[in-house]
Design a protein around this ligand. Structure first.
Ligand code: Q9C
Ligand code: ZN
Length: 338
């Protein structure tokens, strides 16, 4: 659902194929599948509520059970409880499917389709495997970098809601797995064009995971209702969230100067590991975003992340200039090694 019409989703399978094709041309590391015996259910429950996970796991079957003809359609939410205004009750869960979908979604632009749960779940397994790879095992040192090459993306998904093409927050799963693996302080540096609202919310009241996001100003850019500079964390988490909103149309030079502020804030936190939700929708050719980064700029981005000197997990977030997303992603990965 985009601007009042059903359109083809911007978040398409070919995005990842372009990354794989570019990696075949320019290998920057080994490609591995996550092991099948990872403690995935436990890792998912560390980030998402049990009732939300149960909803996601059964949503497609529930949707098709309403009407067999639904198998040819995506499920899209159309009604919301507006909990923030205390206008509707959320303590009396509805049975109606449309109501349940609305309860667990914050926009109408995130189609839930036949493979959504399986893909989101495997994506989280990949993020968990990436976290474990940088943690290492008993006698074996961890990898310096690991990227979860998955879709759908994750950084808009919160503890109990989907949205922004996201269902499971892969970056949050990775950050929590790094904590549970024994690291005391983990930083998240979100460079997607859109504010990482889900990740911010997951860790907003915690001082052990510092979250920073550099993104289009929510006054004009999605997700609109979170991502302002005055959101600094709450309670224990006061001071452990940093938002750096920038106007639509921002050039690489201005973006880069602001990125330095984010890097310094991460370094000041002195984390033991870093998670980077990597969105390539900051690219000048992105069809739904408004920053002006060029392909070569992503080499510098990768290089600067590596200069933090931290074990780093990257997750694959936005980036809808489909033909260029492979080159831009692999440029970041190549930059890491420079
Ligand atoms: N006028 C990610 O990049 N709607 N999600 C955009 C633009 C949703 C983006 C409308 C954008 C979601 C992971
Ligand atoms: Zn994005």
């Amino acid at each position: 659902m985009f601007r009042g019409r059903l359109v083809d989703c911007h978040e398409v399978p070919m995005r990842l194929q372009h990354v794989l094709d570019e990696l075949a041309r320019r290998p920057v590391g080994s490609l591995v599948q996550p092991a099948s015996d990872l403690p995935l259910e436990a890792a998912l429950k560390r980030v998402h509520s049990a009732d939300y996970l149960h909803f996601l796991a059964h949503a497609w079957d529930d949707w098709v059970a309403l009407d067999p003809a639904n198998a040819a359609l995506d499920a899209l939410p159309s009604v919301w409880p507006l909990a923030a205004r205390h206008a509707f009750r959320t303590d009396a869960p509805p049975l109606n499917f449309a109501a349940r979908l609305g309860q667990y979604a914050f926009d109408s632009g995130t189609p839930l389709t036949a493979g959504s749960w399986a893909a989101a779940r495997e994506g989280a397994a990949c993020a968990l495997a990436a976290a474990q790879a940088v943690l290492g095992v008993k006698d074996k040192a961890g990898e310096r970098f690991a990227m979860a090459l998955t879709r759908p993306p994750g950084h808009h998904a919160g503890p109990n809601y989907m949205g922004g093409y996201c269902f499971i927050n892969n970056a949050a799963v990775a950050a929590q797995a790094l904590r549970d693996g024994g690291l005391q302080r983990v930083a998240v540096l979100d460079v997607d064009y859109h504010h990482g609202n889900g990740t911010q919310t997951c860790f907003y009241e915690r001082s052990d995971v510092f979250t920073a996001s550099l993104h289009g100003d929510p006054r004009t850019e999605y997700p609109f209702f979170l991502g302002h500079a005055d959101e600094r964390g709450h309670g224990e988490g006061q001071g452990f969230n940093l938002n750096l909103p920038l106007p639509k149309g921002t050039s690489f030079e201005v973006w880069w100067a602001t990125f330095q502020t984010a890097l310094q804030a991460v370094a000041d936190f002195a984390p033991q590991a870093l998670v980077v939700p990597l969105g390539l929708d900051t690219f000048e050719g992105d069809p739904i975003s408004g920053f002006k980064l060029r392909s070569a700029d992503y080499l510098k981005l990768g290089q600067a992340i590596a200069q933090l000197g931290l074990p780093t997990v990257l997750t694959f977030e936005g980036g809808y200039a489909v033909a260029e997303v492979g080159v831009n992603t692999v440029n970041v990965l190549e930059g890491l090694g420079r």
